[in-house]
Design a protein around this ligand. Structure first.
Ligand SMILES: [Mn+2]
Length: 507
């Protein structure tokens, strides 16, 4: 077992995702800071390796739906959790947004995240193009964070075990403090997990952190096998929001390893005290309509088609909008074709949406690639980075015509932009953190800042606004299903459907 500054001894270390991925996966990221705070004292006593609490969709949801400043949430959690590492998820050069940002924005964002309380930054890229991880990795290290690059796990003719071993060795060379296997769709099955982790433990010295979901019902077995193979850290979620589309439940794994040489050392009674609080929160999220009981069902389609669960529900909603639900199986058959022609990208935000939507268009358009989304063009032009496998030349021609393909690191084409953004948002931004919020979600942040300014100018109106907001929230809660996903979270979305919920993504 690795003995590094980040993991110590034989025990299995646990990251708990109750404050981020668990509610992003099960409840449309709708947990509020006030839902978290009462449990923090207990959470801080448990001895987790880290608590994932920020990044992913939390940042956007805070401003868009919860009227919360995400930076304020981070500072509040930092104060409430003085003894536990706080972890976030960052999408490489995309940060948390939907386009590539210039290096200066990535730099500022990493700096401010760490300054405001983040310890561990997990950095991933949908294509596993390490050039998209470079700048974020460099900045996280520079500002004293724990640098955890992730390998987006998938299965394809180009993604064999050796691919991930080579990638891990590269990430180690790039300065990773910890390396994550990020299995966003629960595609890594128990035996494959044992084999991959065993080989990684032979080939790299850097601690290995495994992230999966229990979507296909294999998550607990995956963790057990990975534990026996020597994985250093795994991501679990406290039982009230554990399992199903979220991470395997913390308590089950802790109990399983009790007395074993890899005993986690965590106390089930303290865990149960924290769970008691979150059970109430989970029930409320269910009542508000953000948590469909379906999130706990075993998704056998993912096992058969190797397509992330969230992507399938997204497709169903796109087909429903187009009154073409009868084409479901045609689209299901089309997805692997498009993915192959696009060079086998892992299916994670944003590539899952790009491939899924293009497959829908190929079927509904009557002719393949008659309609091509802006995002498909970008992917084929290399705007998202290097595709893992060779692309189909004829399809590429249909998508981009004679456009030149970008061979360099995509962010090398971008000019510094922090000054322009600062000027653009002007006085609505009160600090550098605000400018960063604006950089990532321009419209959402501007609305948020404008509301904040209005509230500050008219504090008496606050109470009324709170009442109206609560009423609206209750109303929209009924309409929003956490299982419905759409292209709505990709810029200039081609097919955002009004009834769908853009806040649920697989990550
Ligand atoms: Mn995840």
């Amino acid at each position: 077992m690795a003995n590094t500054p980040f993991v110590d001894g034989k025990k299995l270390n646990i990251t708990d995702t109750i404050l981020r991925d668990a509610h992003q996966s099960q409840a449309a990221t709708r947990m509020r800071t006030e839902d978290m705070l009462p449990a923090c004292e207990t959470l801080d006593k448990i001895g987790f390796w880290s608590l994932e609490c920020w990044g992913g969709a939390t940042f956007d949801t805070c401003m868009r739906f919860l009227d919360e400043d995400p930076w304020e949430r981070l500072r509040t959690l930092r104060k409430a959790l003085p003894n536990t590492r706080l972890q976030m998820l960052l999408r490489g050069q995309n940060i948390l947004g939907y386009r590539n940002y210039s290096d200066d924005v990535v730099d500022r964002f990493c700096k401010k995240s760490i300054e405001n309380g983040i310890d561990v930054v997990r950095i991933f890229d949908a294509l596993n193009d390490t050039r998209n991880l470079m700048q974020a990795m460099k900045c996280v290290k520079e500002y004293g964070g724990v640098c955890e690059p992730a390998m987006s796990y998938t299965i394809s003719p180009v993604h064999d075990e050796q691919y991930f071993i080579d990638l891990a060795m590269k990430l180690e060379d790039m300065g990773a403090d910890v390396i994550c296997i990020k299995d966003m769709a629960n595609l890594l099955l128990p035996m494959a997990a044992h084999s991959l982790v065993s080989k990684l433990k032979e080939r790299v010295k850097t601690p290995i952190h495994l992230h999966t979901h229990n979507t296909t019902g294999t998550g607990d077995m995956v963790y057990l096998m990975a534990t026996l193979a020597g994985v250093d850290i795994v991501d679990c979620a406290l039982s009230p929001l554990g399992n199903g589309t979220a991470q395997p439940a913390t308590e089950s794994l802790v109990a399983t390893l009790s007395g074993h040489e890899r005993d986690t050392g965590l106390d089930l009674e303290i865990l149960s005290e924290a769970a008691k609080h979150f059970r109430v929160v989970a029930d409320r999220l269910s009542e508000e309509g953000f948590r469909d009981p379906k999130v706990l069902q075993v998704d056998t389609n993912t096992l058969i088609y190797q397509v992330p669960g969230g992507m399938l529900s997204n497709l169903i909603s796109q087909l429903k909008d187009a009154k073409a639900e009868d084409r479901y199986y045609d689209v299901m058959a089309e997805i692997p074709k498009v993915r192959k022609e696009f060079g086998y990208p892992p299916l994670v935000t944003p590539t899952s949406q790009i491939v899924g939507t293009q497959a829908v268009m190929n079927i509904l358009g009557g002719e393949r690639y008659k309609m091509v989304t802006k995002e498909s063009k970008g992917l084929m032009r290399g705007e998202y980075g290097q595709l893992p496998g060779p692309v189909d030349a004829a399809v590429q021609k249909l998508c981009i015509g004679d456009d030149e393909v970008i061979e360099c690191r995509p962010a090398d084409l971008l000019q510094p932009e922090i000054d322009r953004l600062t000027e653009e948002i002007g006085e609505l931004a009160r600090c550098e953190e605000d400018v960063l919020s604006y950089a990532l979600f321009p419209q959402v942040a501007e609305t948020f800042f404008t509301n904040r300014q209005r509230k500050d100018a008219n504090p008496a109106g606050d109470e009324l606004i709170a009442v109206i907001t609560a009423a609206l929230r209750a109303y929209s809660g009924v309409a929003a299903s956490p299982l419905v996903r759409s292209m709505g979270d990709v810029p200039s979305a081609v097919s955002a459907s009004p009834g769908s919920n853009p806040m649920v993504r697989n990550s």
